[in-house]
Each structure stands twice: as C-alpha cells, then as structure tokens.
Design a binder for this molecule. Structure first.
Ligand SMILES: Nc1ncnc2c1ncn2[C@@H]1O[C@H](COP(=O)(O)OP(=O)(O)OP(=O)(O)O)[C@@H](O)[C@H]1O
Ligand SMILES: [Mg+2]
Length: 417
C-alpha cells in the first residue's frame, strides 16, 4: 500500500533520535571515565614525589614508543635530579576494563540501529487509523456504497426509534454509528419536547378549569350571595396568581432552551447574596427558624449573575420552607472551596426517597408526598435552579433522608472555562 512508508519514515526518525541520544550518553560516560582515570594517575604521582617542594618542571614524555602504555610523566627537581612515572602499569588495570566497556557500547549502538522495525510494528495501529481517516475524509467510497447509505438513511424516521441506519456495508460502519448516535439524540430531544408540551398544557389546563368553574358559579348564584362572591374572588385570585407563576417559569425555561436567557456576569461575594436571601426569608416567612452561617472575614468572591444566583437560592429556600413543618430550622450558609465557592440550604423537613432524588431536576416532577400535600407547586422550581447553576458551570449535590431533612449544596467554580 502506498501509505505504508509513512510509518517507516516516522520509525526511522524516532530510531535515529534514540540512537543519537544513546551515542551522546556513551561519549559522555567515556569522557568522564577517562578524566577520572587521568585524575587518579596524577594524584598517585603527586603522592609519590621525592621532593615535592623543589619541582622545576613536569611534563609527559615517551619512554620507548608513542604507544599509550609507553607514555611517562616526568618531574625535574631544582637540584638536577628527576623522577619518571610510567603510565603503563596503571593502564594495565584500566585498559582491559575500558576496552570491555567500549565493546559493550558499540554492540549497544549496533543493536539500536535495528530497532526501527520494532518501532514500526508498534506504530502500525496508528498508521492504519491515519490511513482510514484519510480515506473517509477523501470520501473514498464507491458509488454502490453511497447508494447503500442513501437507501439506509431513507428508511430512517425520527418518529420510529426502532429503525436505524444500517446499510450492511462494513466500510460504512463508522459513519453509521455516528448517524445512529445523532438519531438517538434527536429522538430523545423530541421525546422530551413532546413531554414538556403535554405536561405544560396539562398544568395550564388545571387552573383554567378551576377559574371557569368559579366563573360559572358566580354567574349562577354569586351575583346575589355575598359569601359565594367572596369565596369565588379569593379562589380566582389564587388560581390566577398560580397561573402567572407557572407561565413565568415556563417562559424562563423556554428562554433558556432557545439560548435567549442572557446572563449579566459580575464579580460578587456569595456571603452577601446568602445574607440578603436570609434577611428576606426572615421577613416573609415567620413560620420557620432561619439560621445563617457565613464567615465575613473570608469573602466568597466569584463571577456570576447576581439576580440568577439569588433566584436559585430562593427556589431552594422556598422548597425547604414548603417541605418542612412549622417551627423547623432552615440553615443557609456559604463557604470558599479549593476551586470556587458554594452555598448550602438545609432543612429538617419531610426529606425524599432515593428514587425521588434521582428525578427532582426533571421538569414537572413532584414526589408523591409533595403531590398529595396541600402545598401547591408545578415541579419546575428545581429545573430552573439547575438551569441557572449549569449556566454558571456549577453543580448541585443533594443529600436527603425521609422524615429527617434535606441538604442542597450548590458549587460554583472560579474558572468557568
Ligand atoms: N427541601 C425539600 N424537601 C423535600 N422534598 C423536596 C425538597 N425540595 C424539592 N423536593 C421535591 O422535589 C420536587 C421538585 O421540586 P421543585 O421545586 O422543582 O417543584 P415544586 O416545589 O413541587 O414546585 P415549584 O415549581 O412551585 O417549585 C418537589 O415536588 C418535592 O417532591
Ligand atoms: Mg419548588
């Protein structure tokens, strides 16, 4: 195959680099050993001088031949005498060991020259992948393959999750997998959208039915009966308020889904936000004990949208109040973490089962206990809180035990990238 030499040249390059590195390290070791041997010889001569204080000059001479073992170190003294140290005996210990080392190094370098084949073998899967990717990017498919794929795609219908792209052509497997994954995501998103629309219509129909019922009642008997009139007006006020809230929640999520929910990011101190929500809760909810834990000496600075962060906190505090008894304590706190900041809303309320916890962020989800209780709600609060936290690249941890209480911990990272 024409693409094969690619690995060969890469393998050769890798091998050459490896070989040169090896050669450099051997040269370095050899020079070091020779230097050490020379220093040892000089040290020996120095320690065996007969008149170390009367030296006139010192130099290397040849004793017989210019062979390395015939070289001598000569020292001349002031009184005309001299001393000669032959290198031969010292070298007779050093040379054989050094020669062995050189042979070993040469063998190592020679062996390393032939490593390219092994490296090429290791690189083969990478090479195959590169060749395959290039083929796909070049669109190197036969007309028959393309028509197989067209037929398979024509059979697909997003409304029927059973039918997937399957051309039966093994060359197209990777494209089929990618297309089927995309289809799966489209199916899931379509299913979620359909469920959201049907849940939203159902939730909106309920208050409208109640309003219609009271309007009919007023029409028949209310005009003359002040008690019916008062009851109907109260109910109409409540229902229209509920409907307004629901529509606002739906609009928030719709804006979020379509990417039109803008965040106004500014530097803020989470301690201040928690304190504000605490003060406001004290004022509007006399039925619970509120407790605040913040360390004013340690600011919890981070960048976020103040109004949104506050909204997420209010949603959690409202839930804590709604799902706990009169007089129960609700604790709000904020703290700095290694990579960001976090706030906690903790209650002593009804708590949730594990299965409830796994669904509470789904739109319109309400636990059976919440549904059967008097507390109203549409099950959208936590979806909104989650959207806000996700938009800040944060996360929410939930710890809950039935009849014991619930703790929501919301983390915001410092680095939003
Ligand atoms: N602190 C809590 N203690 C116990 N259950 C909770 C708590 N917070 C949330 N839940 C459960 O999670 C469900 C979803 O909460 P969410 O806030 O989304 O909806 P909601 O409170 O029912 O309605 P609303 O849209 O008005 O907020 C609740 O119905 C309840 O079952
Ligand atoms: Mg709620």
């Amino acid at each position: 195959m024409a693409d094969r030499p690619r690995t060969t040249s890469i393998a050769n390059k890798i091998n050459m680099n490896f070989w040169l590195k090896k050669l450099t390290s051997y040269i370095f070791i050899d020079v070091f050993i020779m230097g050490a041997a020379f220093a040892t010889f000089m040290w020996y001569c120095q320690n065996h001088l007969t008149q170390p204080d009367n030296i006139l000059e010192r130099y290397f001479i040849r004793c017989n031949t210019w062979h390395i073992e015939d070289i001598c170190f000569k020292v001349k003294y002031i009184d005309g005498t001299s001393q000669v140290f032959p290198a031969g005996p010292a070298l007779s210990y050093f040379l054989p060991a050094f020669t062995c080392l050189i042979i070993f190094e040469l063998l190592g370098l020679l062996g390393a020259l032939f490593h390219a084949g092994e490296i090429r073998k290791q690189l083969k899967p990478l090479n195959d992948l590169a060749i395959r990717t290039e083929q796909i990017s070049r669109g190197n498919f036969s007309d028959a393959s393309i028509s197989d794929l067209e037929v398979a795609i024509n059979h697909v219908n997003v409304d029927n999750p059973e039918v997937h792209v399957k051309s039966g052509n093994s060359d197209l497997t990777s494209i089929e997998v990618a297309l089927n994954n995309l289809l799966k995501k489209m199916e899931e998103s379509k299913r979620q959208q359909t469920r959201f629309v049907s849940d939203a219509s159902h939730e909106l129909r309920t208050p409208i039915s109640v309003i219609q019922g009271y309007v009919n009642m007023l029409d028949r008997w209310g005009k003359s009966d002040p008690q019916v009139l008062e009851e109907a007006i109260e109910a109409l006020k409540n229902e229209s308020e509920h409907m307004k809230e629901l529509i606002e929640q739906l609009l928030f999520l719709a804006r979020g889904d379509s990417g039109r929910q803008n965040l106004n990011m500014v530097e803020m101190d989470l301690n201040e936000i928690v304190t504000e929500v605490y003060d406001e809760s004290l004022m509007i909810d006399p039925d619970h004990e509120y407790k605040l834990v913040v360390n004013e000496m340690q600011p919890c600075n981070f960048t976020g949208d103040i109004a949104m962060v506050k909204q997420s906190m209010r949603i959690l505090v409202q839930n804590a109040a709604k799902y706990s008894g009169k007089g129960d304590t609700i604790k709000l706190s904020a703290k700095r973490e290694t990579n960001g900041v976090s706030y906690i809303v903790q209650d002593e309320g009804i708590g949730m089962t594990e299965s409830d916890v796994s669904h509470i962020f789904e739109r319109f989800y309400r636990s059976d206990v919440a549904r059967n209780s008097e507390s109203g709600g549409s099950g959208l609060g936590l979806s909104i809180a989650k959207w806000i936290v996700d938009a800040h690249r944060g996360s929410i941890d939930v710890l809950s035990r039935e009849d014991f209480g619930t703790r929501f911990t919301v983390h915001f990272p410092n680095d939003m990238k």
